[in-house]
Design a protein. Structure first.
Lengths: 347, 347
C-alpha cells in the first residue's frame, strides 16, 4: 500500500483566511467554524467547494473471536442482524445520514459466517477474527488486506467525486480490540482505556480489562500492522485504510468514536502527517476516548456524549463541516454588502 | 403580558424515554441527542413531530445610546447596514438558516433613525435607547412594549405551525447592555461578565467595564422589567418576550449567544419555570457567557467558540435538535428490525 501523502500548500489555508476576514462579521467571530473551513480548503485546495458536499459513510462490519471471553453485553449474532437493519435504513447511522445528506454503504470485512443481502459490499478479509487472548486475531496478510479494503473504497469514492468521507463500523465486541490497539500504539494502560462498550457491568468491565492486559503482555509488536493483526480487527484495519486512502486523494475524513480512533491511531502510526487530513467528529463517551483525543491533540466538532459508533457522531459533525463551507462560499463580503468594517483589536 | 406558563406532563417525557429504549442501539448510547428528544417531547407533548420542523429565526435589531461612550469596535451605522444584508440573505445567520431549513425574519425594534426595506418587520419601540450611563435606556412602557413584540411574534408563529423558535439580534454596542442586564439580574460583577464584543482592545475593554459598573451603581432596580428599562435594550426585551411567548404555546426556543442569554435571564426572572421550555444552542466565546451558562445549569448543544450572535449558534444547534427528533421518529425498534436486545448493565 502507498502511504506517502500529498504535500499540502499553506497558501490554500491563507486564501481561505483572507476570504473569511472579508465576510460581514467581526473577524474570527465564527470561531471553530472558520477553522474547519480553512482546514477543508487546505486539505482539498478548493476555495469554493460545490455544496451540498457529496458524502459517503462506510459502515465496516466485523466479528471478534474475543467475544467468547464475555466482553460484550450483546450476542455475536447482532452484528449480522444489524447489517440487515443498516441495509433497510433503520439504524442510527441511516437516520443521521438522511439528515446530513450522506449515502451509507455497508461493507462485510470480517463477519462470522455468510451474509447475503442486496446492497452489501462483500470484501470479507476473515470470517471473524480469532480470539486474541489465545492466538493472533488475524494474519499479517489479513491485516494488510483489511487496510487495502478501506484504502480502495476511499480512492474509488474520490474518483466518484466524494468530498467528505465518514468511517463507520459495526461489530459486537469491537471496543475490546480497539482498546488493545490504542494501548499498544499509544502506550496506554488498559485501566485507562478499556470501557463498558455497549453496556457491561462492573464485574464484566474488570474482566474485559484483564483480557486486554493479558493479550498485550502476550505479544511483541514489530510495527503498526503487526498490532492490527495480533489484537485488532478487520473493521479497524478498513477504517485505518479509509483514512489513508482519503488523505492520498485529498478527501477529508472525519474520525467518529472509539473504534474509529483505534483505526486512526494505526493510520497515524503509518503516516504521521495524516493529522492534517482529518477532522474529529466528536468525543465518544467510551472510557479512554477523552484521554486519546487529548493525547492526539484533536478538537471534537461536537460533544454530545455519544457512544453508538456506526459513524453516527462523525456523520452528524459532517453537517457542521458543510455549514462552515457554506459560510465561506455564501456569506457576503463587506464590499458586496456595503457594510462598514470595524476597527478591531489585532490579537 | 401573560406570564403563566403551561404545566408540562412528565408522562410525555417518559413516553419518549420508552420509545428511545426500544430503538436498535445500546440504551442511552445516543447521549445528549436522546435528552434533546425527550425534552422536546416533554415541552410539546408530541411524540412524533412532523419533520423537517418548521423553524423561525427572528433577528431583532436595535441601537444603543451607550455607544457614544466608545464601547464598540464598530460604528452605529452598521446596525442599519446589516439589516439590508440580512434582508438580502448575505449575513451569517442567513447562510446557517439555509443549512438548517429555517426562515429568517428581521424586526426593527429599536434602530436609530428610519429604516425602509422590503420584508422588514417594523415594531420600533424606541429610536435607539438612551445612553444609560446618563439616563435610563428606556422607559418602563418601552421595555414592556419590547417584551410584547417578542411575545406576540412567538404566539403568532405558533399559530402558523412553527415548531422551533430561534432568537437572533443585531445591534452595535449590544454586548454592553447585555452585560449590565446579566450583572443586575444574576448579581455578577462587571469584571467577570463584560467582554470584547465585536473586538475591542484592552484599553477599551477596561473602559467598557467601568461604564457598566458606573451604570449599575447609578440605579436601583425594583424588578426585572426595571432592569430591562434602565440598562437593557429593545432587542434584549424582544428576545425575552420570544422566550415567554414560545413557552406559553409550548414551542421550544433555543438560546443563542451573549445577548440571547441576557434576554433569557430576564425571561427566567419573570417566569422561573421557563427553564423547562428552552435549549441552549451553544456557549458564546464572549467573556462571561461560560460563567452564566454554568450558573444557569444549562448544557450547550454545540461549543464552537462562536461570538457572532444574530442567532447563528442557536440556528446551527437547531439542526441537532431536529436530528434528535429524527432518531426518535425514524429509527427501527428491536422488534421491527429483528435485532436481539442486549443484556445491559442498569445504571
Amino acid at each position: 500500500m502507498e502511504i506517502r501523502l500529498p504535500k499540502l500548500n499553506r497558501a490554500d489555508y491563507e486564501r481561505a483566511q483572507r476570504r473569511l476576514d472579508n465576510l460581514t462579521k467581526p473577524r474570527g467571530s465564527l470561531g471553530y467554524l472558520e477553522e474547519l473551513a480553512k482546514q477543508y480548503v487546505y486539505i482539498t485546495g478548493e476555495l469554493f467547494p460545490s455544496l451540498p458536499l457529496k458524502k459517503h459513510v462506510y459502515v465496516f462490519a466485523g466479528d471478534h473471536g474475543v467475544v467468547e471471553e464475555g466482553v460484550s453485553a450483546y450476542p455475536q449474532e447482532v452484528t449480522k442482524q444489524m447489517i440487515y437493519n443498516f441495509l433497510a435504513g433503520g439504524a442510527g447511522i441511516n437516520v443521521i445520514a438522511r439528515q446530513a445528506g450522506a449515502e451509507v454503504f455497508v461493507v462485510d470485512v470480517g463477519v462470522a459466517g455468510e451474509v447475503e443481502a442486496e446492497g452489501l459490499i462483500k470484501r470479507k478479509v476473515c470470517p471473524g477474527t480469532k480470539n486474541f487472548l489465545k492466538e493472533p486475531a488475524m494474519t499479517r496478510k489479513e491485516a494488510e488486506t483489511a487496510l487495502q479494503v478501506g484504502f480502495d473504497l476511499a480512492t474509488q469514492a474520490a474518483e466518484e467525486g466524494v468530498k467528505l468521507l465518514i468511517p463507520g463500523e459495526m461489530g459486537i465486541g469491537n471496543t475490546t480490540p480497539s482498546a488493545a490497539v490504542i494501548c499498544a500504539i499509544l502506550d496506554e494502560k488498559p485501566e485507562d482505556i478499556v470501557g463498558r462498550g455497549t453496556g457491561i457491568d462492573d464485574q464484566a468491565l474488570q474482566h474485559k480489562r484483564e483480557v486486554v492486559a493479558k493479550a498485550l503482555s502476550r505479544y511483541q509488536f514489530k510495527d503498526p500492522i503487526d498490532v492490527l493483526a495480533k489484537v485488532g480487527g478487520a473493521e479497524i484495519g478498513a477504517i485505518a485504510g479509509l483514512f489513508l486512502g482519503g488523505a492520498s486523494r485529498r478527501v477529508p475524513v472525519i474520525i467518529d468514536g472509539f473504534i474509529s480512533l483505534a483505526g486512526y491511531t494505526i493510520a497515524q502510526a503509518l503516516a504521521p502527517e495524516i493529522k492534517d487530513f482529518v477532522f474529529l467528529g466528536h468525543c465518544s463517551e467510551e472510557k479512554g476516548a477523552a484521554k486519546v483525543v487529548k493525547k492526539l491533540g484533536l478538537r471534537p466538532i461536537v460533544d454530545l456524549s455519544l457512544r453508538l459508533g456506526e459513524g453516527t457522531g462523525a456523520c452528524l459533525a459532517s453537517i457542521i463541516v458543510e455549514t462552515a463551507l457554506r459560510i465561506l462560499t455564501e456569506m457576503a463580503t463587506f464590499d458586496d454588502a456595503g457594510v462598514t468594517k470595524g476597527n478591531e483589536f489585532e490579537e
